[in-house]
Write a protein that binds this ligand. Structure first.
Ligand code: NDP
Length: 448
């Protein structure tokens, strides 16, 4: 008989926590999950899922224009934000229900309140109850960070953006990363005037330079304005509800909305981690080993709170591997190499493996192959928007070590190609596969 109330107590019912709870319960563990917000976490409630639905909604702006070139008679299109917003939020609520059902059907107890760590085996709940567990899994995710400037409270983050009462006529987006570029595309398609402002001189640092340059060119052609090397100084709220955004060394910009997309920090405030002896990294993340174990034997952590790779499928893998390792009798370490990544900008971009610069640094001699083409659909639509695919090959082995692309459906295409890159296939093996014509993805086996 166990001396603890639970074998496993998970703090946070997001992607990583829910997967860990379900798999551990499947291995026979008695499991509880505490969640202070909504079951589903960032991805389902205020991240990937509602964002992707908005991206779909935004794409109709172009599709409706293009349709005329394909013989369709389209009246003057109108867009109603509250109607899309409410459909998206209803879908989020449906998915939240499914997550809850999954936990219930695995006999996981869901505790809908805040939980903190009182001791390596004791959890304190917000209502004053204390419960004990053999293992504690911290899966509290991350939280958006706003720049520390006067008036920062007048700006919102991705947490609030899905609930806007109305669409802003003019929006300033702070940051040049994932969220900034995705929402620049979304707001631009809905007709807002977008100014993206970043502190450095580039967007999407970490992605291949040629690919992000292409996104920058296309975004500018769509009317998105960019300001680089432009740190925020302060935000003033005007009497009419608009804001005046001041920057260091640049003219201020008037806007109806400021969206900060300036990164996310591990969600550890007040959890009692340091007091329980859990070591943190310099960025405030829980330091873990390859099996997601912290410096305290009974406390593990998965997902964004560990700040390894801030992506949902990675958190899910880490949660699954933790449960198999601790409760399934099979030690599984997650491989964080060669993870495909995508930005759902307009058009989207995706990449896997090394960028050209990384490959040149690490491998010495590399060959690059590119295909720079105007997709067939864009040609007929009169849309002068070119796709770019780029393959990086290790000269010594002929292996494809990186694949990067921007263009329609790039993330859908890259997922399949990432299998070949992860498997270490060579450029010659790519080229042995006959092209599937006419597609955009055939460029992958025809690159010069
Ligand atoms: P990112 O880390 O992608 O980008 C942050 C941006 O903000 C960078 O351009 C950075 O500048 C800038 N920045 C950072 N701090 C400041 C500051 N104090 N003042 C001004 N600018 C600043 O963060 P996001 O918030 O866009 O997204 C968070 C994470 O969520 C991503 O890293 C990603 O892992 C995940 N995500 C993934 C998505 C996907 O898979 N499609 C979609 C959305 C989020 P610079 O680096 O140029 O110096």
């Amino acid at each position: 008989m166990t001396a603890y109330d639970y074998d496993l107590f998970v703090i946070g019912a997001g992607s990583g926590g829910v997967r860990a709870a379900r798999i551990a319960a499947g291995h026979g563990a008695k499991v509880a999950v505490a969640e202070e917000h909504r079951v589903g976490g960032t991805c389902v409630i205020r991240g990937c899922v509602p964002k992707k639905l908005l991206v779909y909604g935004a794409h109709f702006a172009e599709d409706l224009k293009d349709a005329r070139h394909f013989g369709w008679t389209v009246g003057e299109p109108g867009f109603d934000w509250p109607s899309l917003r409410d459909s998206v939020l209803a879908e989020v609520t449906r998915l939240e229900g499914l997550y809850g059902q999954t936990l219930a059907s695995h006999d996981v107890t869901v505790i809908r309140q805040r939980a903190t760590i009182a001791d390596p085996h004791i959890i304190a709940l917000a209502d004053g109850t204390r419960v004990t567990a053999k293992y504690i899994l911290v899966a509290t995710g991350g939280w958006p960070v706003k720049p520390d400037i006067p008036g920062a409270e007048h700006g919102i983050t991705s947490n609030e953006v899905f609930h806007l009462e109305s669409l802003p006529r003019r929006v300033v987006i702070g940051g040049g990363g994932y969220i900034a570029n995705e929402f620049a595309g979304i707001f631009n398609s809905f007709g807002s005037q977008v100014t993206l402002v970043n502190r450095s001189d580039a967007i999407l640092r970490g992605y291949d330079e040629q690919i992000r340059d292409r996104l920058l060119q296309i975004s500018m052609a769509k009317g998105i304005q960019f300001r680089f090397n432009c740190p925020f100084e302060r935000i003033e709220k005007n009497a009419d509800g608009t804001v005046l955004v001041h920057f260091a060394g640049a003219d201020p910009v008037e806007a109806d909305l400021v969206l900060f997309a300036t990164g996310r920090a591990p969600n550890i405030a007040g959890l009692g981690l340091a007091e329980a002896g859990v070591e943190l990294t310099s960025s405030g993340a829980v330091r873990v080993d390859a099996y997601s174990k912290s410096s305290v034997d009974s406390i593990y952590a998965v997902g964004d709170v560990t700040d390894r790779v801030q992506l949902t499928p990675v958190a899910i893998r880490e949660g699954h591997a933790f449960a198999d390792t601790v409760f399934g009798g099979k030690s599984v370490a997650v491989d964080h190499e060669t993870i495909p990544m995508a930005v759902f900008s307009h058009p989207p971009l995706a990449g896997v493996g090394l960028t050209e610069a990384q490959a040149r640094n690490r491998l010495g001699t590399v060959r690059t192959y590119t295909s720079d083409f105007r997709p067939m659909k864009n040609v007929l639509a009169g849309r002068n928007e070119r796709s770019l695919y780029k393959m990086i090959v290790d000269d010594a082995s002929g292996k494809v070590v990186g694949l990067h692309m921007i263009g329609p459906d790039a993330p859908e295409i890259l997922q399949a190609a990432a299998i070949a890159v992860k498997a270490g296939l060579t450029k010659a093996q790519f080229d042995e596969t006959v092209a599937l014509h006419p597609t955009m993805s055939e460029e992958l086996v025809l690159m010069k």
